[in-house]
Ligand binder design. Structure first.
Ligand SMILES: Nc1ncnc2c1ncn2[C@@H]1O[C@H](COP(=O)(O)OP(=O)(O)OP(=O)(O)O)[C@@H](O)[C@H]1O
Length: 208
């Protein structure tokens, strides 16, 4: 479960945000739509604990992540939060599989090759497991970032424009996979996007 209350944040006097309260239950999902520049990525970074709010609460289960120290937050994020960033972030010299195994190692959950293979197959990139990330297309890289966010079965899945480089077919595959994964692993899914193709695939949505 992820829930926010009275969240406020400012980069500076010019960029000051108040965000709507959200509650996304286990297995639940929420689509957050908004035009460019309204603060979607800022909101997602707050939910992920990558930015500290000026005021308000961000509860994941019973933990208010806004109150955790940096060290505790890093550990908490590795175990409980899966993030799909707008731009894929990988070690380019490593293969797809090696990158995912590294993520498992760093989060302290231990390597699970079977899980890595399974998630790659489901995203239709199993055949690229031994390929260097730098040799993939943008759409394939985006699917690897989704695999990276899901590989540790997180409690909360946060995704920033997960479908922006995907064609309609893979857009539907990825959205279904994210929803299925949330349902199967009792996770809460938050998708942030300006991609209106997604609106019909989510029953819960808000606009920023
Ligand atoms: N580090 C920063 N310092 C100052 N202002 C920032 C910073 N990051 C973002 N902003 C500003 O905050 C506003 C919201 O940015 P944000 O990236 O959250 O928007 P967005 O809705 O995700 O946009 P897009 O859909 O174009 O990615 C923008 O006006 C942006 O210029």
């Amino acid at each position: 479960m992820i829930a926010t209350k009275n969240l406020r944040f400012s980069y500076d006097e010019e960029h000051y945000f108040t965000f709507p309260d959200i509650v996304v239950s286990k297995k639940g999902h929420l689509l957050i739509l908004g035009d460019s520049g309204v603060g979607k990525t800022t909101f997602l970074h707050l939910l992920a604990g990558l930015l500290k709010p000026g005021a308000g609460e961000i509860k994941i289960g019973d933990t208010d992540i806004a109150r955790l120290s940096h060290r505790k937050l890093d550990k908490f994020r590795g175990r409980h939060i899966g993030i799909v960033f707008q731009k894929a972030q990988f070690i380019r010299a490593l293969t797809v599989e090696e990158n995912l195994l590294l993520i498992q190692n760093l989060s302290g959950t231990g390597q699970d090759k079977k899980r890595v293979r399974e998630i790659l197959e489901r995203l239709h990139i199993g055949h690229k497991a031994a390929e260097k990330v730098s040799n993939l297309s943008e759409g394939q890289k985006q699917r690897v970032s989704i695999a990276a966010a899901l590989v540790n079965n997180p409690d909360v899945i946060l995704t920033d424009e997960p479908t922006s480089s995907l064609d309609d077919k893979n857009c539907a595959v990825v959205t279904e996979l994210l929803k299925e994964q949330a349902a199967q692993t009792n996770a809460s899914l938050v998708v942030i996007t300006h991609d209106h193709r997604l609106a019909s695939q989510f029953s819960n949505s808000i606009r920023l």
